[in-house]
Design a protein. Structure first.
Lengths: 189, 250
């Protein structure tokens, strides 16, 4: 019994890692595609899309790790988002919070998506504000962090709309392929 | 981490941008020693005040020495720094319109950004991601992250192949399709790709368990860090910190 349970846990962990890897890969490739089409990353937030989808499909720890890693990996691989000025670290914190919160609310607490997604977006802006304020201090800039956040929110409204439309579609497409993900909602793993 | 390795020879297909095969002294230096040097350099860049100017110039000089030691192509360097022109250049230009404090903050922002970006560029242009990941896999608490990063790179290689094949198929089947048709095709292909990627990840997970994955990340085999490499990394970090410290407190 114990051995069976251990094998099931290993399988579940392996599938989660593998799915997270795939969504992380999309997080690396989508921005490259958007840049190739000439659509700004700051406007459409293409990296956010798969990271939020991952938040709805994998556990909180994996979603947080994925959100933290992808901007840094992308920065190392393509130079964008830049590590300095600290856009990649800010995005890491943003995506980490977004993924973990989405997973916690949707997978652990089994709250409905129409509630979770707007909450995640609002928390994302709060985290961005706090992180920008802290980062500005490193550069000796004492004002303007809040303006940066307002500008980022205003500039990225198409990205916000894209997430509100694309995330439910993406999650539904994957849950249709892998029904066990929908069935496992509310389970503690 | 055999179950999350890349193709044939076990190396990832996607290299870090600019991390070309090279035989420069910086390429040969152990990646961990480079990380030590980079940490010292970044701390020094953050310590350095807006005035006087000499510590900035000294740190830029040190950076140029590192880039020269890595025989980094000037074209690649220019391309990478050009990518920063919007995020660094625009705030800097706007800060020139403000008062003395704003101008100094703008200078500090631009110089620190360029120094730190240059330091990371020197590292990423002369290191390979798998080597860096193997290093982090031995750090307690980071092994899971490095395994996840390896999965992401593996997935990126696979998806890149899928996108190239899909693109080739479109080019053959509908070379003169209207934009609307292409966009509809793009959306349909993206959703299909997402579903296929998810289904594939399920199969990969099952295969991992069959190959012996038990839910824990196996640590990468330990490699000794040579005293010479460590000394070079520490020396670079110490020089950087001395410059930054003198600039701030002397």
């Amino acid at each position: 019994m114990v051995a069976e349970q251990r094998e099931r846990d290993a399988l579940s962990r392996a599938r989660e890692l593998s799915l997270a890897g795939m969504l992380g890969a999309l997080g690396l490739l989508l921005p490259i595609g958007f840049h190739a089409l000439g659509w700004g990353g700051k406007i459409f937030l293409p990296m956010h899309l798969p990271m939020v989808v991952a938040g709805f499909l994998v556990g909180p720890a994996t979603a947080a790790s994925l959100g933290f890693l992808v901007p840094l990996l992308s920065s190392a691989l393509t130079g964008m988002p830049p590590l300095a000025p600290p856009i990649a670290p800010l995005m890491s914190l943003e995506l980490m919070a977004k993924g973990a919160l989405a997973s916690l609310l949707y997978r652990r607490l089994a709250l409905p998506m129409w509630f979770v997604l707007p909450v995640v977006l609002i928390v994302d802006w709060a985290v961005l504000g706090a992180a920008a304020y802290a980062a500005a201090g490193f550069f000796g800039i004492t004002t303007g962090a809040l303006k940066y956040v307002w500008a980022a929110i205003a500039l990225s409204w198409p990205g916000t709309v894209l997430q509100l439309v694309g995330v439910p579609l993406g999650v539904a497409a994957i849950e249709r392929r892998l029904p066990r993900l929908a069935l496992a909602r509310g389970e503690r793993r | 981490m055999q179950w999350c390795r890349g193709e044939a020879d076990g190396r990832m297909l996607i290299p870090i941008a600019g991390a070309e095969k090279g035989d420069s002294p910086l390429h040969r230096l152990d990646d961990r020693a480079k990380l030590v040097a980079l940490t010292g350099f970044v701390v020094a860049a953050m310590l350095t005040p807006t005035r006087p100017v000499w510590p900035w110039l000294a740190l830029f000089g040190l950076l140029l020495v590192a880039l020269a030691a890595g025989r980094v192509k000037p074209g690649l360097m220019a391309k990478r720094f050009l990518g920063l022109s919007l995020v660094v250049g625009v705030p800097f230009a706007v800060s020139r319109l403000g008062g003395e404090a704003t101008r100094l903050a703008g200078e500090s922002f631009a110089v620190k950004s360029l120094l730190v970006a240059g330091g990371f560029f020197a590292l990423t242009a002369t290191a390979h991601m798998p080597d860096l990941l193997e290093g982090t896999s031995r750090v307690p608490g980071l092994s899971g992250m490095s395994a996840l990063a390896a999965f992401i790179l593996r997935g990126a290689n696979m998806l890149t192949g899928e996108v190239v094949r899909t693109n080739r198929a479109w080019a053959l089947r509908a070379p003169r399709a209207r934009l609307g048709v292409r966009l509809r095709g793009l959306v349909a292909a993206s959703i299909s790709l997402l579903g296929r990627a998810a289904a594939r990840s399920d199969r990969v997970g099952a295969a991992m368990v069959l190959r012996g994955f038990d839910g824990r990340m196996p640590p990468a085999p330990a490699r000794a860090l040579s005293a010479g490499d460590l000394a070079v990394g520490l020396l670079f970090a110490a020089i950087s910190l001395a410059i930054g410290g003198l600039g701030r407190w002397a």
